[in-house]
Every structure is written in C-alpha cells, then in structure tokens.
Design a protein around this ligand. Sequence first.
Ligand SMILES: O=C(O)C1=C[C@@H](OP(=O)(O)O)[C@@H](O)[C@H](O)C1
Ligand SMILES: C=C(OP(=O)(O)O)C(=O)O
Length: 436
Amino acid sequence: MSQVWSTPHRSTPVDAVVALPGSKSITARALVLAALADGPSRVVRPLRARDTDLMAAGLRALGVRVDEDGADWLVTPGPLRGPAEVDAGLAGTVLRFLPPVAALADGPVRLDGDPRLRERPNAGLIAALRALGVAVDDGGRGRAPFTVHGTGGVRGGAVTVDASESSQIVSGLLLAAARFADGIDLALAGGVPSMPHVEMTVAALREHGVDVAATDRGWRVAPGRLAPLDRVVEPDLSNAAPFLAAALVTGGRVTVPDWPAATTQPGAQLDALLSRMGAEVERTPEGLRVTGTGRIAPLVADLGDVGELTPVLAALCALADGTSRLTGIGHLRGHETDRLQALDEVLTAVGARVEQLPDGLVVTPGPGRAALVDSYADHRMVHAAAVLGLAVDGVRVSGPEAVTKTLPDFRERWAAMLGDDVLGADVSGAPAGVGT
Ligand SMILES: O=C(O)C1=C[C@@H](OP(=O)(O)O)[C@@H](O)[C@H](O)C1
Ligand SMILES: C=C(OP(=O)(O)O)C(=O)O
C-alpha cells in the first residue's frame, strides 16, 4: 500500500512568502569538501533531507565525523577507512561524489542503494577511476552495486571522461582530486549536461583554497590541501520552482526570501524562464517575487543546463496557451525515473498531448481532466503533480512520500502557501497506480 495525495485545487490567486531550506547540491559539496579538508568545518543551515542525510551517513561510514550542532553540521575529517558500506538511496550526488572519496580509503567500499539507483548510469565514473589507478569491481555493469578498492591513495593525473549522462561524474572527480598524488587533468570525451552544477563544484573548491583551472577540454585540479571552511548554505532554488509556478497558475504572487544576488545554482535561471512564460519577476528587498499575469506562455527552450527544473516547467507547459518544446534533456532518462517517459504519462493523464523526442518533449495543452498519477518515486514528479492540481481539479498522486529526497515537508509548505491549515487535502492509503 502506498499513500495517495489529493493535490489542492485553487482558482483564487495565491499571495505568499515561501522560505525554503538549504540547497541539496551545495550541502552535498560542503559535506564532501569538509570531509577532505585538513581541519574541522561547519556547514551552516544544511539541507536536512534523505539525500543529504545519506551523504553524511556515507562519510561517517568512511571515518569522517559529522556531528549535529543545533541546525548546523560540524564535520571533522579523519583517516578515510574501509571496509565500509555506503547506502546511496536514490541520490545521484552520493552515487557519483563518494566513489572518488572511497578510493582514498584504506580498504574496500561497497556502494548500493534503491532498486532504481541500480539503473542510474555510472560507467563514465567507474572507467575514469580505473584510468586513474583505482580498482573498481562492478561486475561489468557500469552501475551500482559496485566496490571501490581503496588503497589509501590515488595516483590521479590525466584522464578522459565520458560525462554525457551526468555532470555529477565530473563534479565527483574534481571534488576529491586535490587529494590525488598528481591531482587531475580531466578532459571531457563529449558534452556534459548541467554545466552550472560543474561551475558550482569549481566555485566550492576555490573557496577551500584548491587550485582549479579550466582547460581547453575540461578542468585541471592541482594536488594540495583543502582548507577548512565554514559555509552558509543558500536556499534551494530548484525547490523554489513549484512554489513560483503557483504564482503563474493562479495569477497570484509568490516571494522567495534570501534569493542570492549571484549563485551557480541552476534554479537562478527560473527568473528568466518564468518571465518568458509570462510572469512578472522582480527582486524586492523581501526576495525574488514572481507575479502571474493570468497568462502562461508556451516555452521553447534548451533545458540542458537546468535539467532538474524540467518536471515543474513541463507541468506549466501543460497549462500554457500554446505548444511548448523542451530539448537538451535526454539525460533525464537516467534521473530518479525516466523523467521524459514519466512526464509523458502524467501530462497525458491530465489531458495534454505529449510527444517524446530523443532529447526532450513537445507538450500541447488540452482540456484538463482528473487523474490518479504516479510519483515514480521522484520528488520532482510530486512537485509537477501539485502544480497541475492547482489548475486541474482532481489530480491525485500516489507515492507522494518521494518528496523526502530533498524537501520532506513539501506538502505542509504547499498547504501553507495556499493558506490551508493542514495538508491541503487528505492523504490516504491506496494501491499505487496510474489512471483516473
Ligand atoms: O551536481 C549536482 O548537485 C546535480 C547535478 C545535476 O545532475 P545531472 O547532471 O545528472 O543532471 C542535477 O540534475 C542534480 O539534481 C544535482
Ligand atoms: C536529478 C536529481 O537528483 P540526483 O542528485 O539524485 O541526480 C534531482 O534532484 O532532480
């Protein structure tokens, strides 16, 4: 039995200020870099959610101390050790950031996770580790479960990496590379999605005093120490997406406080993307304010840099007044679920017409209809269903607990935005499934 969430329907304009907890991506980098530094670091206002708790637990398994200090995490590095077991859950960040750290441990580290984690692509990372002198036993699958045979050190040096399926492969290698004997000289074999996330990695490394340089084909990290650092985590701008979308759908107004003036988070691009979809977007002293104008314009865009915004943007496209075309997102087939397939099914169930492209979606809105849709264990599919449900009466989603991945109290925050006292609607036990 899985839960079913009846998403709240709302025709009146929302008017809310929605504060959001810390960024998943910044918290993950802060933890890993703190673990590799040569003294204790503090992570201030980290995201506490399944993905980041798994990252902390994985580092603890490798011998790092991660203590709670109020709402902060205090990270005290220690000798990295094996044998160890790491549970990556469904977290791409744990899957791709911890193996290069595990390679520095003094024994074998086995990494596994949810059934879907075992389908998420990782061959590019495993091949790169081998080329850098690390033995990895993956049974030839290129996926979890696999064992990294740490020997207490990594040679490092020049390596060509296929990161076409995930930018996290690049980030994982760069994060640990200063601790490799020869650092790393990473050349990309082809394209890489989600470039802002690689820029986030480079920026975070530099804040720890690491020497990172962009090269013709990739990045070079010099071997050296990582200085300890107290880091304040920015709010998660990708998780702002469904709340800001609610302003467009209801013709209302949503403000997200503490919106950073400058950031490498891809969610920063919501500003421009939502303007293109018809919203008025302004930076106010209170935060980023998005005001719906009553019209949702279709979107034609390459979302390759901002793939994780796709589920919410695609939901808006299903409510727009024309056909949208979202491209550059073939790698979303390897995310928490095959997101192009999942969005096709969900948007079709609520009345839109969807065409799948090899690297994207064409979405044509239709008359909305009630539907029971699946979350596919994907937090951002729950966000998408919530956005659809504002406009289409009777959208229910099974498996809403997937939101624990990055925003455990998503439904409470959604209800609060709408001015509801409780969860916004009933949550009941019912068999998982898709259909009306
Ligand atoms: O480095 C990161 O923190 C992330 C990189 C991106 O991964 P992909 O490049 O696999 O899309 C993004 O989608 C994910 O949510 C977080
Ligand atoms: C793709 C995502 O997550 P992960 O870090 O597990 O890849 C996401 O949060 O949208």
